[in-house]
Design a binder for this molecule. Structure first.
Ligand code: ATP
Ligand code: MG
Length: 568
């Protein structure tokens, strides 16, 4: 490709609403353009990177027995009603109505469609196992589209679905995909970790998230370098607390005036008690119901754990207005004493506390000397808090570490949830009808592109891993007007392409500084500069994007050098 013909609209400054490095750089370097919130154009450079990632994904899916197909994006409501997800999926689903008033959605995922297809086309054990996949746009009306391609409303996903005769077959499919995903993300050059994750509403289903390590990631990964344990903090279990010693006698409950003390910090400062002698009282809206959750004052609630003990479709922090219908004190003085019929779920640590401090459900008042069991009753005590750095590894007891990460893929055992709902059965060797065992496996292709930029950049721009770079090398003639320089550049351009190298020739009539800046911003792995010395001494400058310095290389050697680097 010649730069003079290319649509690569680079920008001098960061667009105002680009909220992450990857969004800024992909926009500035001319890979993407925003069309509307969470909706992006992939410009020619961006499309090339996507295609590279897709090729890697295809090769790995095919290597593990995947067969590619393509299903409709527009899906009839009927199947979703059968699995109960038409309503359960919630406001993230883009719903559309056709001219006959029939309802459809733009597929956020394809379990319903593929299961229905397999139900229609597969009926014998001889046709199993099957691994079917597609690479396609998905639609989710995210509450907060952000981070450019990382949380968009239209995005590209590879989704594979496995169909097996029995749980053993599913287990094999699961671990095959786990390996395929490891290969995909390694080949894309990402720094990542597969982590144990939340099986969600489907119960204790086995699942791993593949997480690209990055500070802006929305996931917290807890890992242990001693035993290899790695999990999403959402599911990391906290140890049971030590039972109370009984040394501290229970004192009489007392209501005290606590002006301007609306936070745990303020209350503990005002009353001179440590935060671990207070409790945090939080209200959640669990579908239609308001529930109360208690953790020690210095702890954070883990809402995935809450949703496990109180299954519901949507769990969100309650609005103050809703809470005020039950208690009158407002958010700064909530507590579990005298809550009536509200379900109270308390963390295991709360049960072991004596003479604690909590809000009195009356503005500016708190209780002191509160004792669980005596002063309030709970629906149950469970592990409901977020793990911390002080908590030991749940597997080996050693110290853990944590990191932030972006979920780029997920493998998930579905079991028979969808096959039962949609009748995906087969006849076994004895002519007996059996339900298929399914798994689903997603990779965010467009998110992977952004995650790579999040990991590989410097102050000058993107530093693409060579496997997914839009071009391998850029040739920069110092002066496009110099016919001799251009002749050498053109010859290299042709010779490199003959060897399978993807080349951009920056033939623009621009100052060298401008071309170098663009080359760095775009992030080509190699830059070859053709200047005066190319004409006079037959040498060019060879520079890797990852290195600060360049090397002087004979014109006659440069093709081999590029080929060796790119294909090594
Ligand atoms: P998240 O928890 O980030 O919302 P998810 O668990 O809902 O993601 P899956 O249903 O597992 O996502 O989808 C498979 C993959 O699709 C994810 O691992 C992720 O890489 C990608 N993905 C999901 N939602 C988005 C989005 N809004 N924008 C871009 N990629 C996405
Ligand atoms: Mg997921």
């Amino acid at each position: 490709m010649r730069m003079s013909n290319a649509l690569i609209p680079t920008l001098r400054d960061n667009p105002a609403d680009a909220d992450t490095v990857s969004a800024q750089l992909l926009l500035r370097a001319g890979f993407i353009r925003k069309s509307a919130a969470g909706l992006y154009h992939y410009l020619p450079l961006g499309k090339r990177v996507l295609s590279k990632i897709e090729t890697i994904v295809r090769e790995e899916m095919d290597a593990f027995g995947g067969q590619e197909l393509l299903m409709p994006i527009v899906q009839s409501a009927d199947l979703w009603l059968q699995t109960g997800r038409w309503h359960a999926y919630g406001p993230e689903m883009f719903k559309v109505t056709d001219r006959h008033d029939r309802q459809f959605c733009l597929g956020p995922t394809h379990e319903e469609l593929i299961t229905d297809l397999v139900h229609s086309e597969v009926n014998s054990y001889r046709q199993l196992p099957l691994r079917l996949y597609q690479i396609q746009n998905k639609y989710r009306d995210e509450k907060r589209p952000r981070f450019g391609l990382i949380r968009s409303r239209e995005f590209i996903m590879k989704d594979l679905y496995s169909f097996d005769r029995d749980p053993e077959g599913l287990d094999k499919a699961y671990w095959d995909m786990y390996q395929a995903y490891t290969n995909v993300f390694s080949r894309c050059g990402l720094k990542f970790r597969p982590i144990e994750a939340d099986g969600g509403a489907i119960g204790d289903s086995q699942t791993h998230e593949f997480t690209a390590l990055a500070e802006i990631g929305e996931n917290t990964v807890v890992y242990c370098d001693h035993c290899g344990y790695a999990a999403n903090i959402e599911i990391a279990p906290c140890p049971a607390p030590a039972p109370k010693s009984g040394e501290e006698a229970e004192l009489a409950l007392e209501k005290v005036y606590t002006p301007d003390s609306k936070t745990i910090e303020a209350v503990s400062a005002f009353l001179h008690v440590p935060a671990d002698k207070t409790i945090k009282t939080l209200f959640f809206q669990a579908d239609e119901e308001l529930i109360c959750v208690l953790v020690r004052g210095d702890r954070e609630v883990n809402d995935v754990k809450v949703q496990r003990v109180h299954p519901c479709l949507a769990l969100e922090m309650a609005e103050e207005d809703a809470v005020n219908k039950i208690v009158n004190g407002g958010f700064g003085s909530l507590g579990p004493v005298g809550l009536g019929n509200v379900k109270i779920y308390a963390d295991l640590e709360v049960e072991q506390m004596t003479n604690l401090v909590c809000g009195a459900n009356e503005a500016e008042y708190h209780y002191i000397n509160v004792n669980p069991g005596r002063d309030f009753q709970v629906t149950g005590y469970y592990d409901l808090r977020m793990m911390t750095q002080e908590d030991p590894c749940p597997k080996c007891g050693q110290k853990t570490d944590s990191a932030r990460g972006i979920e780029v893929g997920q493998v998930f055992k579905l079991g028979t949830k969808y096959s039962e709902a949609l009748g995906a059965t087969y006849l076994d060797e004895n002519g007996k009808e059996q339900v298929m065992h399914m798994g689903c496996y997603g990779i965010g292709v467009s998110r992977t592109m952004a995650a790579a930029v999040e990991q590989y950049n410097d102050e000058n721009g993107i530093v693409w891993p060579k496997s997914i770079a839009p071009y391998h090398v850029v040739i920069v003639p110092i002066s496009a007007k110099d016919a001799n320089q251009m002749a050498i550049a053109e010859q290299l351009y042709a010779d490199l392409q003959k060897r399978g190298i993807e080349v951009m020739l920056d033939d623009r009539n621009e100052r060298p500084g401008v071309k170098f800046k663009d080359a760095d911003l775009i992030g080509y792995p190699i830059r070859v500069t053709v200047g005066k010395k190319a004409v006079e001494e037959q040498v060019v400058e060879y520079k890797l994007r990852t290195e600060a310095d360049n090397e002087v290389v004979a014109v006659s050697d440069v093709v081999e050098k590029v080929v060796a680097y790119i294909f090594s």
